[in-house]
Ligand binder design. Structure first.
Ligand code: ZN
Length: 539
């Protein structure tokens, strides 16, 4: 499992907090007595459950700490030993959580009289763990082992295929992975459509009918807007050529994190090849960054993005601590928070107005660059091949291409051999460029190599939610431009804490939208944001 994790980070395909949400549960501290309602007698079953659950979380926390160490501190020669220990701790946790004892306790606690005596967070915990356990128990052990070893072989083949830009190396593995994925879904969710099951794993409750609707809205609005933007005069990126001292960039990161509301008392920073966030509890949230001496912008926006994930984790209600709800498992909702800070706030001119002079002091090379030029560059729209380098306007099209291909795989049963051509055709159709080889085309992302189908749409759902959140904030607090220009960004953070963060994982994505925006999912607010912003920027 952790070889995969390492590979995922190294590749940059699965970045930042995704690694945490997908592979590790987040351990926290252990004081679970409070999860029993005061006015009920303490049940023996709950005590036993609590003891075992607490052990599992201790093992998970230790494993998470080791993975943090692997990516930020372990020397090259110590890698294998540390990975072995990490694997040991996570297997212990896995054995405990799949033991007959844990199963029996979960079953007893699911009885209404036991369940109703628990706190909201603990009720959520019992229901979630029981559902997971039931699904997993329907997968035959042999099949599961085959799948794990196929994933590992497939990731290696993908690595080789990407290095040599040769899709044929990866194709047979992809074929098998697709078959196995269909089979796995048939075990866990018999009778359900495979692709719906997969979408549900990353963003529960967001079905393909809803996603189809909003992605089409977005596509129709974005393609003509993009054509207009690209026909306009472009900013001059060469202005930014220079040397940006990494130590000074670290100070800028600290300034930005503190400015947006990330607590350095309950959080810490380190360096890693690809930025990510790991939360141990709301009191210990760690973010990483990577500093390039020739590019000051990359680290600034990674700091803001990871800071957004971190602020979410730091502000989950204390009552949910030590439960499964102390962490939001919905990729779209989590990503909506990091992207809100990165794009809706961080790429707004007014965000920089109060702090740009301070940043210029820290990075003197920026003194040559006016605030207007800086703002034009951070909103520079250009067609590019690589999703992770894309600006906020073209990014949705990169995701839509992947979503449409996943549908072609699972709905239309398009043969694997035809996928590279399909990819290139869609790139041409939406972005008007054709990759020169499959490494910068269909092989660029790691996600499909380990069978993470259905994952991509959650990135874009996050941005779509952001359009809706922006409207809700402006409705409650007034113009975001004015708040930012006045340096009152913490009022926005406080709003997000109250409306979204404190609920952790308790509410499904659709319920978040209903409670926060009083609306159903729609891409119109995001389109309005794009149109207004880029019409002004590109005249
Ligand atoms: Zn993220």
């Amino acid at each position: 499992m952790f070889a995969e994790l390492r590979e995922l980070l190294r590749s940059g395909a699965i970045r930042r907090h995704q690694l945490r949400s997908k592979y590790l549960s987040t351990p926290t501290s252990y004081d679970m007595k409070k999860h029993k309602k005061e006015d009920f007698p303490v049940s023996q079953t709950f005590d036993q459950f609590q003891a075992l659950y607490s052990r599992i979380r201790h093992f998970n926390r230790a494993a998470t700490l080791m993975s943090w160490d692997l990516y930020t501190a372990t020397p090259k020669n110590g890698y294998q030993d540390m990975s072995d220990t990490l694997t040991y701790f996570s297997s212990e946790s896995f054995s405990l959580s799949t033991s007959d004892e844990f199963r029996a306790l979960l079953t007893s606690l699911s009885q209404p009289e036991e369940l109703n005596a628990l706190s909201e967070g603990m009720q959520y915990t019992v229901k979630k763990l029981k559902k997971q356990m039931e699904k997993n128990s329907r997968i035959p052990k042999d099949f599961y082992e085959e799948l794990i070893s196929l994933q590992s072989a497939s990731m290696q083949a993908w690595g080789e295929a990407k290095r040599t830009a040769d899709f044929s190396i990866f194709a047979p593995y992809l074929e098998k992975l697709i078959d196995k994925t269909i089979q796995r879904c048939a075990y866990t969710d018999p009778g359900k459509d495979t692709y719906e099951v997969l979408l549900d794993e990353y963003e529960e409750g967001m079905d393909s009918a809803s996603i189809d609707r909003v992605f089409s809205e977005l596509k129709e609005g974005l393609v003509p807007l993009l054509d207009q933007i690209l026909a306009a005069p472009q900013p001059d990126s060469s202005l930014f050529k220079g040397y940006y001292d990494p130590d000074a960039q670290k100070k800028v990161q600290e300034l930005l994190l503190t400015y947006i509301g990330f607590s350095l008392e309950s959080g810490t920073v380190a360096e890693s090849e690809h930025p990510f966030t790991l939360g141990f509890s709301k009191h210990d949230v760690r973010v990483t960054n990577h500093f390039r001496p020739d590019d000051p912008l990359c680290a600034m926006f990674s700091a803001i993005h990871e800071g957004g994930h971190g602020i979410f984790e730091q502000n989950v209600d204390s009552a949910l601590q030590n439960t499964e709800a102390d962490d939001c498992p919905f990729m779209g909702v989590h990503e909506s928070q990091s992207r809100f800070y990165e794009n809706m706030l961080g790429r707004n001119r007014n965000f920089w107005l109060p702090i740009y002079p301070q940043i210029q002091e820290l990075l003197p090379e920026l003194k040559r660059i006016s605030l207007d030029d800086f703002v034009r560059e951070i909103n520079h729209v250009k067609n590019s091949f690589i999703r992770t380098d894309a600006d906020e306007v073209t990014y949705p099209l990169h995701i839509i291409i992947r979503y449409e291909i996943e549908q072609a795989i699972f709905r239309d049963h398009t043969p694997v051999s035809e996928l590279p051509a399909l990819w290139n055709q869609k790139m041409q159709q939406y972005l008007h460029i054709t990759p020169s080889n499959d490494a910068e085309g269909i092989l660029q992302d790691m996600h499909w190599s380990d069978g993470s189908f259905g994952y991509f749409p959650s990135y874009l759902l996050g941005s779509i939610y952001d359009g809706m959140f922006l409207q809700a904030i402006e409705h409650d607090l007034g113009s975001i431009d004015e708040l930012l220009a006045a340096g009152r960004i913490l009022e926005i953070t406080h709003w997000l804490n109250e409306k979204i963060h404190r609920y952790g994982g308790l509410r499904l994505p659709k319920d978040v939208l209903r409670e926060v925006c009083h609306k159903e999912l729609s891409a119109q607010p995001l389109l309005t944001y794009f149109r207004e912003k880029y019409t002004k920027l590109y005249q």
